[in-house]
Design a protein around this ligand. Structure first.
Ligand code: C2E
Ligand code: MG
Ligand code: MG
Length: 301
């Protein structure tokens, strides 16, 4: 379509017989060297050395296990209630992914989501998350629970590379849910690489009736101009600002400013990581009425 596509190449080298004496280990070591080339900024060549091994081979083992996680049924969703801070009433819940790996035990999402993103595994895993969250939501509604909305984390890669609008549409139909029952959370930094495409897809999601929130707000890209452009409904104040309240005046000022910004842009706002009653009170008095955090409820299965 008239666009230039620029590719780069990362090469890892291992030599027989110094580095290994079987084809299998030679290839594994070459792979390790290739990962090291990618980690040092891509577009380069690395020759295998035994020192490279430990961190990278740990990561490769995780990757191999992650490739099997879906078929082995090792993934599970936990749910953390989101509440109205004044009354404590639950207004929704965020779905948080858990991986019970046979080889590595319970692995944190902050460890395996980046690997899933790099390898493209985030697409099938993300589809599983969407479907599972809808299934559980439907179950709650059928059981008569007062749960109006589930927030689902999606990676920027699912938005720009996958077919997320279709996936969401199909999941909603399959589980007979209304688009108003789900909200998607995306981090700001994950959208910035391909802003124009992201906006198009997010508008498609909007047309479906699904609302969108910016997760970890304030930690990523610092440009405010995209805030005007992105079709989003809610800002989530990042935990790192909440944790300093009330002792850190900078954190308090940043949280206040985010609340004011959300108000003036006519967006909703929610605070994550509320751990103390002071933080809860602070948010209420500053006009942020929704929150989530260990004080209110832990993520639960
Ligand atoms: P997030 O979306 O910002 O989720 C909030 C994280 O803060 C969760 O960590 C949650 O357990 C934790 N948390 C909640 N309340 C508190 C609190 O009061 N104090 C503290 N210290 N922490 C609290 P978790 O479950 O480990 O998830 C980490 C990140 O992994 C998430 O951050 C999200 O970015 C990502 N993630 C989780 N599930 C998925 C998923 O299904 N898809 C994608 N793409 N990413 C996911
Ligand atoms: Mg989130
Ligand atoms: Mg967050």
């Amino acid at each position: 379509q008239g666009h230039d596509v620029i590719t780069t190449c990362s090469i890892g080298i291992s030599l027989y017989p110094g580095d290994a004496d079987s084809a299998e280990s030679l290839l594994r070591n070459a792979d390790i060297a290739m990962y090291s080339a990618k980690e040092s900024g891509r577009d380069s060549i690395r020759i295998y050395s035994p020192g490279m091994s430990s961190a990278i081979s740990e990561r490769m083992k995780l990757e191999t296990s992650l490739r099997r996680a879906l078929e082995r049924d090792e993934l599970e969703l936990y749910f953390q209630p989101q509440v109205d801070l004044a009354s404590g009433k639950m207004i929704g819940a965020e779905a948080l992914l858990r991986w019970h790996c046979k080889e590595h035990g319970l692995v944190s999402p902050s460890q395996f989501i980046p690997i899933a993103e790099e390898t493209g595994l985030i697409i099938p895993i993300g589809e599983w998350v969407l479907n599972e969250a809808c299934k559980k939501m439907k179950h709650c509604i059928d059981q008569g629970y007062q749960l109006s909305k589930i927030s689902i984390n999606v990676s920027g890669i699912q938005i720009t590379r996958g077919n997320i609008a279709n996936t969401v549409d199909q999941a909603l139909q399959l589980h007979r849910l209304s688009p108003a029952n789900i909200e998607l959370e995306v981090t700001e930094s994950s959208l910035m690489h391909q802003l124009e495409i992201a906006i198009q897809i997010m508008e498609k999601l909007n047309k479906l009736g699904v609302s969108l929130a910016i997760d970890d707000f304030g930690t990523g890209y610092s440009s405010l101009s995209y805030l005007k452009k992105l079709p989003i409904h809610k800002l989530k104040i990042d935990r790192s600002f909440v944790s300093g309240i009330p002792h850190d005046p900078d954190d308090a000022t940043i949280a206040k400013s985010i609340i004011a910004l959300a108000k003036s842009l006519q967006k909703k706002v929610i605070a994550e990581g509320i751990e103390t009653d002071e933080q809860r009170q602070f948010m209420i008095s500053e006009g942020c009425h929704e929150g989530q955090g260990y004080l209110l409820a832990y993520p639960m299965n």
